[in-house]
Ligand binder design. Structure first.
Ligand code: SF4
Length: 286
């Protein structure tokens, strides 16, 4: 059984440029990315965990729903949307306890008309198409930076296979839900030789794409690929998105000149009269 911890707070205002409020209802992440994972580096630096091995053993926040019941009334008027998650994965591959808690959190937020922007390297459960229970305005995303499973094995060793990830997202898209892709951190050619256009083609059904460079990777920084390489990639992404009517945001520092107009990519599409279409349900008993 998965370990549990208790926290004092849950909702917080994120510093990520395209985000708003955020929730991380799990400590650690079994996907074990070796890009490296910025969240893991921070937790080690702050003394929350000791090492990579400990990071790989996730602990769920057992009082997450209890905290949400207290915090939603406090922050509701300030929240534009809630992002799940930046410091863990909400649909951690082969961790049904994490997925169960995430579904309850999405349902709880949606019940208060708070829309969720979700990002995973796992597989989306099909139940999300039940828009009576989960809102129809949530935005479901996956991270895809390659299609090469050998690269995945090295840099995202325990996450879901790329093809399965894309398939589960496409299913949500086919059922009429909003979908997006995070292509970040996009690797330099010394880490993997690949055609960015081929990856874009595989996810051409999505509504939004966020593209960003790889940071904190010594091999990549020393490769000398950074500046010019990422400008070429950015041009390819923008051209592709414009051609396919996909909204995009290029993370700051990726291209030579940042475009700040696109950072509200998840805010501007929230309908004025948000109607998430829920059946009224009793409050969760905790
Ligand atoms: S999926 Fe995200 S949180 Fe989990 S190890 Fe990878 S980068 Fe870190």
């Amino acid at each position: 059984m998965i370990s549990q911890i208790k926290r004092k707070t849950l909702l917080y205002k994120s510093g990520v440029e395209y985000a708003d409020f955020c929730i991380n209802h799990v400590e650690g992440c079994a996907h074990g990315c070796t890009f490296p994972c910025y969240a893991m580096m921070m937790k080690i630096r702050c003394g929350v965990i000791k090492n990579y091995k400990e990071w790989l053993r996730p602990k769920i926040v057992a009082n997450a729903l209890e905290l949400l019941n207290k915090e939603i009334p406090r922050y509701k008027h300030k929240i534009k949307f809630v992002h799940l998650c930046f410091s863990t994965d909400p649909f951690m591959y082969k961790y049904p306890e994490v997925a169960d808690l995430t579904l309850k959190i999405i349902e709880r937020l949606n019940r208060d008309n708070i829309h969720c922007v979700v990002l995973t390297k796992g597989i989306y459960p099909k139940v999300l198409v039940n828009t009576e229970k989960y809102g129809e305005n949530n935005e479901y995303g996956i991270t895809i930076v390659s299609l090469d499973e050998r690269f995945k094995k090295r840099f995202e060793p325990y996450s879901a296979p790329y093809k399965d990830r894309i398939k589960s997202l496409e299913y949500l898209h086919e059922k009429g839900l909003k979908t997006w892709v995070s292509m970040e951190p996009y690797p330099t050619p010394n880490l993997v030789k690949q055609d960015l256009r081929k990856i874009l083609k595989e996810v051409s059904f999505v509504d939004k794409i966020i593209f960003g460079k790889l940071n904190y990777n010594v091999e990549s920084t020393q490769s000398g690929y950074n500046g010019e390489f990422y400008q070429v990639c950015t041009n390819i992404v923008i051209e592709f998105c414009r051609k396919n009517d996909i909204e995009y945001h290029i993370k700051y520092g990726t291209q030579k000149k940042d475009n700040r107009k696109t950072e509200k990519i998840f805010v501007k599409n929230i309908p004025e009269n948000l109607n998430l279409k829920y059946t009224k349900q009793p409050a969760l008993s905790l």
